[in-house]
Design a protein around this ligand. Structure first.
Ligand code: PMP
Length: 336
């Protein structure tokens, strides 16, 4: 047997087994699991699901519910096993020999490009993390990725720039994993641009990272083709019902979003001038404090390359953020 060369060249996933961590602010997760009462209610609903049966075929009622909330039709929405799965599927959809990204950005675009054996062309974000001239690189691209709000910088790209890139006609993947924490979303643009696929997820604002649910939003024509690529049962019945449950409890989700946004602003003001403004559930901070914090039981994401010496801090619960601020004040006292 011969393993494909691009697979041999992929690094292996590191096992996720960090040292004892008291406060986990490194993965952009929601700090809130469902409150006890709601969880009991959900689990009672889940207990009625027949596990011997395959999940429903799509488009499902849940996709219809998401579409309704976005003012679109069920044919515009497809759920998948996390938005990660969708990135992989999208790179099987279009022709073109390259993937265009704007670093620093989410690592999975390059990962799935490597899986497909595709070249990655990086048009780095500018000084204020604005998009560069990616239009100049759009021709023959299999996909142009725009992450907004961007992980790990936290800024959004103006809609005007997104439209300019869409006007090239190249396939554009707009990753809106953090859009619920920001002021705007561009899902509505799929009505005008069939080269646009927007990615959203239940992992962040909805607090369901463990359930693995993401969805794509695209024109009916594009989605009809993308649907052919998703294995029919990649979203399991339990996760589907969990998403449905959360969509029936949007007041609770909105309350969590307001809490995170207000804590994010509190952290941002406390950490100025080191923190960059953010429209996501995390902050990019110019402090080389990863090891110092980890020694105190607080995990944040250590960044590298152009963001060497920076950390990405996920907004946590108030008391976690207070502990983080105390530790960072201590760090600043001892830092050279
Ligand atoms: N896009 C971005 C920008 C992300 O940061 C993440 C998660 N870290 C994802 C997509 C993946 O989300 P999911 O859990 O839905 O696979």
């Amino acid at each position: 047997m011969r393993i494909r060369k691009n697979v041999l060249n992929l690094p292996s996933w590191e096992p996720v087994g960090e040292p004892e961590v008291r406060i986990r602010l490194d993965r952009n997760e929601s700090p809130f699991d469902l409150p006890h009462g709601l969880k009991r209610e959900l689990f009672s609903e889940l207990s009625r699901i027949p596990l011997n049966r395959y999940p429903p075929a799509f488009p499902t009622d849940v996709e219809a519910k998401i579409a309704g909330a976005l003012g679109l039709s069920p044919e515009n929405v497809m759920l998948a096993n996390g938005s990660d799965e969708l990135i992989g599927l999208i790179l099987k959809l279009f022709e073109g020999d390259r993937v265009v990204i704007s670093s620093p950005t989410f690592g999975m675009y390059s990962f799935f490009a490597a899986v497909e054996g595709l070249k990655v062309e990086d048009v780095p974000l500018g000084e204020n993390f604005e998009l560069g001239n990616i239009e100049a690189h759009a021709e023959n691209a299999r996909a142009v990725f725009i992450c907004s709000p961007n992980n790990p910088t936290g800024n959004v790209q103006p809609r005007k720039r997104i439209i300019e890139v869409l006007e090239t006609g190249a396939p554009v993947v707009l990753d809106e994993a953090y859009a619920e924490f920001s002021r705007e979303s561009s899902t509505g643009l799929v009505k005008d641009y069939d080269n646009l696929i927007v990615l959203r997820t239940f992992s962040k604002a909805f607090g369901l990272a463990g359930a693995r649910l993401g969805y794509a939003v695209a024109s009916e024509e594009t989605m009809e083709q993308l649907r052919k690529l998703r294995p029919p049962f990649s979203v399991n019945s339990l996760s589907l019902a969990t998403a449905d449950f959360m969509l029936n409890h949007l007041d609770y989700v909105r309350k969590i979003i307001r809490y995170i946004v207000s804590e994010r602003e509190r952290l941002y003001h406390a950490l100025r001038p080191y923190a960059y403004p953010s429209e996501a559930n995390f902050l990019l901070v110019k402090l080389d404090a990863h090891d110092f914090l980890l020694e105190r039981g607080i995990a944040v994401k250590k960044l590298s390359g152009r963001l060497e010496g920076h950390i990405r801090i996920t907004v946590g619960r108030k008391e976690e953020n207070d502990a983080l601020l105390d530790a960072l004040r201590e760090f600043l006292e001892v830092a050279p």
